[in-house]
Ligand binder design. Structure first.
Ligand code: G6P
Length: 367
């Protein structure tokens, strides 16, 4: 029952722990052993073949999910994809190339700016409109031509957790479905689908670090600022991690693509500025490690989240948290979990109202 916190002190923690289950629910009926089942887009799945461009529009955490999808879509399908916050999109003249899919992301399906963007888009000659949404009866679902539900169940904590990871799961399904129509081999599709099938188990493994992260949070909670770094798909996850920390612990946090360090944020680094580094295990690993050396050389305290084969570990000034080693396509989803736990535990130490942070609303239905 969504309104029952069960064994948990806060809805947010309950919802963090529901993620293996709801990610399974999001995958259910959408993939076979080897393939993405395009029937999940309904009878009008023909757009998958036709689409030549994608515009993603969303707000808040949902916008960060869209930023990850841009990397996936351009990488796997080779189709241009742009991502924009709805409050900007709705007030400018947008150039719409032919055969462009308009894709909205929303937990609630009631965010005023996202709805206004959809209504505007419907006048712009898009190929079609697809909503990835968590609430079947929402306005966004009713007004979009196509829907892929995230199936996360009601989310009560204002800071979004399970809605985000299921949005990413639904976006991965969508990205692969479009990629298949754009030359992705059956072998690669099978590899990706098999990775998706193991996602709930990996998310469960990531949750096993909870006690360790709680100890890390005790050390972190007296900070006033934090800088999150990531590269590739980990950059939007850094943004999401910094948003979560701001929302519920009121610690000022920023996120940067690690390669931009030298272009400004390095000036902020000293012993009072903790750096949270999300380390991918792919060809960006060595570049990220050299970014971390730049930080360490300036006395910064590093909170590193990486799998154990990255050869990173606890050292003076490095507080290491192990993240399960996974196929790189899954890394942004699995790396989200420890950051949710970190924000949660920091907020609990600080004694803030975790489920109802000051000044924020679960759904922003007025402009
Ligand atoms: C509010 C919520 C966020 C959410 C954003 C977009 O700011 O507090 O958690 O990400 O709205 O909401 P939506 O329902 O459209 O995903």
């Amino acid at each position: 029952d969504a309104t029952d916190k069960g064994e948990f002190r806060h809805y947010m923690m309950k919802e963090i722990y529901e993620q293996p289950k709801v990610i399974s629910a999001c995958l259910e009926g959408r993939i076979s052993e080897t393939k993405v089942l395009t029937s999940c887009f309904g009878a009008d799945s023909g757009f998958l073949k036709e689409v030549e461009n994608i515009h993603i529009v969303a707000c808040g955490t949902s916008y960060h999910a869209g930023m990850v999808a841009k990397y996936w879509i351009e990488d796997l399908a080779g189709i241009p994809c742009s991502v924009e916050v709805a409050s900007e999109y709705r007030y400018r003249k947008v150039a719409v190339p032919k055969k462009t899919l308009f894709l909205t992301l929303s937990q609630s399906g009631e965010t005023a700016d996202t709805l206004a963007a959809l209504r505007m888009a419907k006048e712009q000659g898009y190929l079609t409109t697809l909503a990835i949404c968590n609430v079947p009866s929402s306005t966004l679902v009713r007004e979009s031509a196509l829907t892929l539900l995230t199936n996360a169940g009601p989310e009560i904590g204002v800071a979004s957790t399970k809605a985000f990871t299921t949005q990413l799961t639904a976006l991965l399904i969508t990205s692969v479905a479009i990629a298949v129509e754009n030359g992705l081999s059956a072998e690669k599709e099978k590899e990706l689908v098999q990775a998706m099938r193991s996602l709930p188990a990996y998310v469960n493994d990531a949750l096993l670090q909870d006690a360790h992260i709680k100890a890390v949070a005790d050390r972190f909670a007296n900070k006033n600022n934090a800088l999150f770094l990531g590269r590739g798909t980990m950059f939007p996850i850094a943004l999401e991690g910094s948003l979560k920390l701001k929302e519920i612990s009121y610690i000022h946090a920023e996120a940067y693509p690690a390669g931009e360090l030298k272009h400004g944020p390095l000036a902020l680094v000293d012993e009072d500025m903790p750096i949270i580094a999300l380390v991918p295990h792919n060809d960006m690993l060595d570049k990220l490690k050299s970014n971390l050396q730049e930080v360490a050389a300036r006395g910064g305290e590093l909170y590193v989240f990486a799998d154990k084969d990255t050869d990173l570990h606890n050292e003076e000034n490095i507080i290491f948290t192990e993240v399960p080693k996974v196929d790189s396509i899954l890394e942004p989803i699995v790396h989200t979990i420890p950051l949710q736990l970190l924000s949660y535990h920091v907020a609990v130490v600080k004694g803030t109202d975790v489920d109802q942070p000051r000044n924020l609303a679960k759904s922003v239905t007025v402009e």
